[in-house]
Design a protein around this ligand. Structure first.
Ligand code: HEM
Ligand SMILES: [Cu+2]
Length: 601
């Protein structure tokens, strides 16, 4: 980073002199604020693609015998001849849909956007510790995303063994069309993605630990930064395990090793592979996979803390308990992975250990939900679109958490595993909570990112339609699951026992269509506001964190000559005895005033 120093007043002037070509400003940018926008816009494109995929397979599930022109239009004659989706592409679509949303939208997109935007700003740094690695991290992410979508255009179709890519389907290129080149492409794409996640994570950790400005002690960090920090630690510890799992899988596919394969017959012919175990892959996958779900939800919870406190005009309830819960969740998330594997034939005693740790992790999760509600309690609530989304996220986090506790019981889970009850659980607790919180984050920090305001009215339309559609799609799926409907089946029409459930399938699909339409309101609002939104004031929500103390604009190096100095925690909202209902972190303590919202002597 250059050390051109400048005063606040000269910041704009300075930027004009700092000539940058289009390529170095928009493509190979090393500025955290630009990289945040790059991640966000890539994630929005990926999310729209993944959402369209889900709309298509929901149509198939609700009307398995119908033909749809839109299927033929989007998938072509090969995959949807005459408008009827083929089974192979169905499996491909569910696989790519899940992979994109879990990894490219809610991991890379969510952390990439908000860690980049908020970590340097909120700790009072001029940029990330390594702007160069930060730039690389976006490029690995971007090319991983291109390859993941690219799989859709292969002659044999995209990867199709589901987002968890369990062997043997993923390990034997000849097993089905989606096990061929598409699967190889998935593995290469995910390798790029993991490299991106590791580069990014190391950078985030080092920036938070080393570049905090004067006065920014760990216990004065906003909860967003705590959440993003611990998320990065989880990623750095668990993604390498997925990387090894993927490498071994490539060896099995390419050079004939047998890490995951044994005793397989294809059309009566035995394969040479022997001695491996497909369950080994499940262990490796879920050793990442469970921390991964918290890699998704912790940043979301961080954004929620900030937005709820700001818009309730109250200090966050139980700051220390929130930090403690993040740490406990992180620790426990490494010892619960077996709850995805209760039916693999594991020793029931081992199963009961996983039941215990899984039930334990519900406690810190519940502490967080409780603290959000308590923060809202008797607050002077401002129902901005961001606040609406975040309150929606508290709701889905609780609804989905409750079914988690049911699934944690191995005796119940053996019946519910791999059916629609699990689909309902994880979409509500993870998919919806994280997407709603991410939308909240976009509405809240849009003025900081793009220097303009988003349209409020469209924001409310987007919220209500999304929220209603979200519950409408997934709540009925609990009942499908309880009735035994399995996940990842192209059609259930061959099973007479599911015939009377078709109306529930249709209801779920109608809401999915509504939800998809609602997202186009958002996409319009987003891109329209970038160019035409009202100009944003410096601190539109009356917030305390450092990013809102910066003069309007994107200043190279963020601050003028001097870094900000921090005097208090981030949650002095409606402090008794104070003149205003918020006190930014840079305001010195008054004589006799205590930090952490503790009032005065
Ligand atoms: C109260 C806390 C929670 C408990 C006790 C819990 C428990 C479980 C259990 C036992 C399963 C395995 C079900 C099966 O496959 O048979 C499961 C699946 C899952 N959970 Fe949770 N969960 C909790 C919270 C969460 C959170 C916060 C997230 C994400 C943010 C999450 C994401 C997932 C995902 C993605 C799956 C399914 C993955 C798949 O098979 O595709 N869960 N959960
Ligand atoms: Cu899990």
């Amino acid at each position: 980073m250059s050390d051109h120093s400048h005063d606040h007043e000269h910041a704009e002037h300075h930027e004009e002199h700092h000539e940058q070509s289009f390529i170095s400003k928009y493509v190979f940018s090393m500025d955290h604020k630009m990289i945040a926008r790059q991640f966000l816009i890539t994630a929005i494109f990926m999310a729209v693609a993944a959402m369209m995929m889900s709309t298509l397979f929901r149509l198939q599930l609700a009307w398995p015998d119908e033909k749809f022109a839109i299927m033929n239009w989007l998938l072509g004659d090969k995959w949807a001849p005459g408008g009827k989706m083929s089974p192979d592409i169905y499996l491909g679509l569910v696989t790519i849909h899940g992979t994109i949303l879990v990894f490219f939208v809610l991991t890379g997109g969510l952390s990439g956007t908000f860690a980049n935007l908020l970590i340097p700003y909120q700790v009072g740094a001029r940029d990330m510790a390594s702007p160069f690695l930060n730039m690389l991290s976006f490029h690995f992410f971007f090319w991983g995303a291109v390859l993941m979508i690219g799989g859709m255009f292969l002659p044999t179709g995209p990867a199709a063994p589901g987002w968890t890519v369990y062997p043997p389907l993923s390990a034997l290129p000849q097993a089905m069309p989606g096990s061929g080149t598409g699967m190889t492409m998935w593995l290469i794409s995910m390798t790029l993605f993991i490299i991106s996640a590791l580069l990014a994570g190391l950078n985030y950790i080092i920036t938070v630990l080393n570049l905090r400005t004067m006065g920014m002690t760990m216990m004065r960090l906003p909860l967003t930064v705590w959440a993003l920090l611990i998320t990065a630690v989880l990623g750095v510890l668990s993604f390498p395990v997925l990387l090894s799992a993927c490498l071994l899988l490539m060896f099995d596919r390419i050079i004939g090793t047998s890490f995951y394969l044994s005793d397989i017959y294809i059309n009566g012919t035995p394969l040479e592979h022997s001695g491996g175990s497909p369950v080994l892959f499940q262990h490796l996958f879920w050793f990442l996979g469970h921390p991964e779900v918290y890699i998704i939800i912790l940043p979301a919870l961080g954004l929620m803390s900030e937005i709820i406190s700001t818009n309730a005009r109250k200090p966050i309830f139980g700051y220390k308990a929130m930090v403690g819960s993040i740490l406990v969740i992180a620790l426990l998330s490494f010892v619960v992975w077996g709850h995805h594997m209760f039916i693999t034939g594991m020793n029931p005693f081992l199963g009961s250990v996983f039941v215990f740790t899984t039930v334990l992790i519900a406690i810190p999760s519940a502490v967080k939900a409780f603290n959000y509600i308590t923060t809202l309690w008797k607050g002077t609530i401002r129902f901005t679109p961001a606040m609406m989304f975040v309150i929606g996220a508290v709701s889905t986090f609780i609804t989905g958490g409750v079914t988690g506790i049911i699934l944690a019981d191995a005796a119940l889970d053996i019946n519910l595993h791999d059916n629609y009850f699990v689909v309902a659980h994880f979409h509500i607790v993870m998919g919806l909570s994280a997407i709603l919180a991410m939308c909240g984050g976009v509405y809240h920090w849009f003025p900081k990112m793009f220097l303009r305001m988003m349209n409020k009215k469209l924001g409310y339309w987007h919220f209500w339609l999304t929220f209603i559609a979200a519950y409408g799609v997934f709540f009925p799926q609990h009942f499908l699951g309880l009735a035994g409907v399995p996940r990842r089946y192209y059609t259930n029409s061959a099973f007479p026992m599911f015939e009377n459930l078709i109306d529930i399938e249709k209801m779920s699909t109608w809401f999915a269509i509504l939800g998809a339409v609602a997202q186009f309101i958002f996409v319009f609002n987003f891109f329209y506001s970038i160019f035409r939104g009202n100009r944003a004031p410096k601190n539109p929500w009356g917030s305390n964190t450092l990013e809102w103390t910066v003069e309007v604009g994107h200043h190279h190096g963020n601050w003028g000559k001097h870094l900000p100095v921090v005097h208090r925690w981030a949650y002095d909202y409606s402090k008794p005895g104070a003149k205003e209902d918020f006190i930014p972190q840079t305001v010195p303590l008054e004589p006799g005033e205590l930090d952490e919202g503790k009032g005065y002597h």
